[in-house]
Design a protein around this ligand. Structure first.
Ligand SMILES: [Zn+2]
Ligand SMILES: [Zn+2]
Length: 64
């Protein structure tokens, strides 16, 4: 089974290009814009406690 994982910030495949800058952005403040499983653009909502990002296929993730 091959699992392709996509960058949550730029939507490109991990391993294809260097995503260290993306990872830094995501760690600091930015919610992910793309689903890491399918690279669909997610619906992002900022909440008082952080954010939620919803993929139409894979559901919702939150900042925790
Ligand atoms: Zn990236
Ligand atoms: Zn998805």
């Amino acid at each position: 089974m091959t699992t392709v994982v996509f960058c949550g910030y730029c939507g490109k495949e991990l391993g294809e290009v260097d995503h260290s800058a993306c990872a830094k952005r995501l760690r600091v403040i930015d919610p992910p814009r793309f689903c890491s499983a399918c690279a669909r653009r997610m619906v992002v909502q900022v909440t008082p406690s952080g954010w939620t990002a919803t993929c139409s296929r894979h559901g919702e993730i939150t900042s925790g």
